[in-house]
Design a protein around this ligand. Structure first.
Ligand code: G6P
Length: 631
């Protein structure tokens, strides 16, 4: 979703800002822009904006010779106002009066998040003569800061923030103070980067934007405000008390620049699908046995949180997540209830946060999020805490994220940076973390014998090799994708543990190929979706050789009897053969409880190759974002 980069320096900073935007492209955006204080023949605020890709912005910048030592840049994912140039950030204030629009700008600002009271602020500013160029909520902040400016940008921003309701991370500068950058965060992440020479300072929405520029990072906390000048910065907390360096230490954050290279692959999504054996091996590295300490955090801010104590105390699990992470939670429910025998509820975070629910203080609240930034999941966590549920644990792929900081316990998956908007390796890595959690809870409740532990550990160690063997099915999946490319609808069926995998398969297909895809538990077929089945509606069936296979076969007959064409993922030992209207891909093995982690892979490949055949923008599907930092 939206991304921010800003810098105060002594060199021309525009190339660094544009490169930062390139590194943020993976989050998803529909327009972008960069603004500087230009000290050329006509000094003042100057900007370039584009509704095309960052590459086009880079060309504009080069053609217009946009240069400056102080600047901000942004990738926008439209919420208020269409993705058109005049709504793209940075926004400028330009004074008041009839000729306001033609007056040179004074304040330049970029913003992530949503200002909820923007309508009333806009009306008040318009009444004072401010003229608006855009439909965005962001422009309101630029004019508000301008209206409060009296020679001190920091004071003006500080005062402006007291009028804002909603979520924001902002970076702002003023043409009258050409070596000063001010930032603030509330509800959206923001980091400070300290340049190698100690003079150059950066602001960014995530450390990835600064990969290759600096690895010296300070994570701003909720409500923080920062005043930056060349080589110096001052931080203030939400009560506006000065924050000492010990309270927000500079951390060395491993730069992700290498991970962002595409290598021999056509798309990041393809690369990430093929990285799954390594992602799972890394995620499980160092796990020698099942022990609650796996979930104790090194960076834990919450004294007293201790997984062994918590696991012994809790009597149920509440999983909160969005999107693909929600489906990993749905899969984990089957594991938690069948292996650990712990009652488990899985909720879409955006629903849970707004509904009345019955809190149980002995529930373990588990959030699942690859980014650790998803606004709804963070809000759902805080909602659960506000209801008195303080046993919190996250399965997250970003060790430094807000989610890891806000939960007492954590398992940080090591899938590596995921660039493709459609999540793949982060999903299977989450499943690995959730399976470990299941085993730990089973152990804590006395439901895991040593023999069972050994059996599960062996199966987990085999996962990277098993995934590698499944990836070798790619040519067969590509043959399916040829059939799917010309369809407009598809149905996915699964039962039990594989129903969430059918849901994830359908989500992948719709996200990147724009084919309408739905998933059903196969037993529900006769209760509605069977009416849709015709020869032009492919039906994908996840059919491992488990206790439900015979029932699933009956469902498949129901489809064939209506002329439906079946695409079946069967296990090595399942007796289902290809034939008229029945296409079978046989998985190399039978995987027992871990089967969902393997069966999802051909479905990821199916979505990927179908999207390629349809010529869509696989890594950046229309209207979608990687990090959903607004609700
Ligand atoms: C977006 C992404 C999905 C992701 C979901 C939840 O919709 O496009 O790939 O599953 O957000 O994100 P999270 O970071 O919380 O897992």
């Amino acid at each position: 979703m939206c991304g921010i980069v800003g810098a105060v320096s002594t060199r021309n900073i525009v190339p660094v800002l544009v490169q930062g935007l390139e590194r943020l492209e993976y989050r998803g955006y529909d327009s972008c822009g960069v603004a500087v204080y230009a000290q050329d023949a006509t000094p003042g605020l100057k900007r370039a904006r584009s509704t095309a890709r960052v590459a086009e912005l880079a060309e504009q910048v080069a053609t217009t010779h946009l240069e400056g030592t102080l600047g901000i840049a942004h990738t926008r994912w439209a919420t208020h106002g269409a993705p058109v140039v005049h709504n793209a950030h940075p926004h400028f204030s330009h004074g008041t009066g009839l000729d306001a629009a033609s007056k040179p700008g004074r304040i330049a600002l970029v913003h992530n998040g949503i200002i909820e009271n923007h309508d009333e602020l806009r009306a008040a500013l318009q009444a004072r003569g401010y003229v608006f160029d855009s439909q965005t909520d962001t422009e309101v902040i630029a004019h508000l800061v301008d209206s409060l400016y009296d020679g001190d940008l920091f004071e003006a921003v500080k005062s402006a923030l007291t009028h804002l309701h909603g979520a924001y991370a902002i970076a702002v500068f003023c043409k009258d103070e050409p070596q000063r950058l001010v930032g603030a965060r509330a509800g959206s992440p923001l980091i400070l980067g300290v340049g190698k020479d100690g003079q150059e300072l950066f602001l960014a929405s995530d450390a990835m934007a600064l990969a290759g520029v600096t690895d010296q990072i300070v994570y701003l906390e909720e409500g923080d405000l920062i005043d930056m000048q060349l080589g110096k910065y001052w931080l203030f907390d939400k009560a506006r008390k000065p924050v000492s360096p010990a309270q927000r230490p500079v951390k060395t954050v491993v730069a992700h620049s290498g991970a962002a290279e595409l290598g021999p692959y056509r798309h990041y999504m393809q690369k990430e699908i093929f990285e799954q054996p390594r992602a799972i091996a890394d995620t499980l590295e160092g796990v020698e046995g099942i022990t609650p300490e796996l979930f104790d955090q090194q960076m834990n801010h919450q004294p007293g949180a201790n997984a062994a104590r918590v696991f012994a105390q809790i009597d149920s699990v509440l999983i909160l997540a969005c999107g693909t992470s929600y489906y990993s939670g749905c899969t984990a429910k089957y594991w938690l209830e069948s292996i650990a025998k712990i009652p488990t509820q899985v909720e879409v975070a955006s629903e849970y946060r707004y509904r009345d629910s019955v809190p149980n203080p002995n529930t373990l609240v588990v959030t699942i999020t690859q980014s650790g930034e998803t606004a709804d999941t963070l809000a759902a966590l805080r909602h659960a805490q506000s209801l008195g549920m303080h046993h919190t644990l996250t399965i997250c792929n970003v060790a430094t994220s807000a989610m890891v900081r806000e939960c007492s316990l954590a398992y940080v998956t090591r899938a590596g940076v995921e660039i493709g908007v459609a999540s793949t390796k982060a999903f299977t890595a989450q499943l690995a973390g959730l399976f470990l959690l299941t085993l730990c809870l089973a152990q804590a409740k006395g439901r895991l014998s040593d023999a069972e532990e050994q059996r599960h550990m062996k199966a987990m160690r085999h996962l990277p090799a098993a995934l590698q063997a499944v990836l070798a099915l790619e040519p067969q999946v590509m043959a399916w994708a040829d059939d799917f490319a010309s369809c407009e609808n598809a149905l996915f069926l699964g039962r039990g543990l594989h129903y969430p995998i059918a849901l994830e398969g359908a989500l992948k297909l719709k996200e990147i190929s724009y084919i309408h895809a739905e998933a059903y538990p196969a037993g529900e077929l006769k209760h509605g979706p069977l009416a849709l089945v015709t020869s032009s509606m492919p039906v994908v069936t996840v059919a491992p050789n488990d206790a439900l296979l015979e029932k699933l076969k009956s469902n498949m007959h129901e489809v064939r009897a209506r002329g439906g064409v079946l695409y079946v993922l069967a296990d090595a030992d399942t007796r289902i053969e290809s034939g008229e209207g029945l296409h079978v891909i046989r998985m190399p093995e039978h995987y027992g409880e871990l089967s969902p982690m393997l069966h999802v892979v051909p479905l990821q490949l199916l979505a990927y190759h179908t999207a390629c055949a349809r010529g869509t923008d696989v890594d950046k599907p229309r209207n979608l974002a990687k990090s959903v930092t607004v609700e």
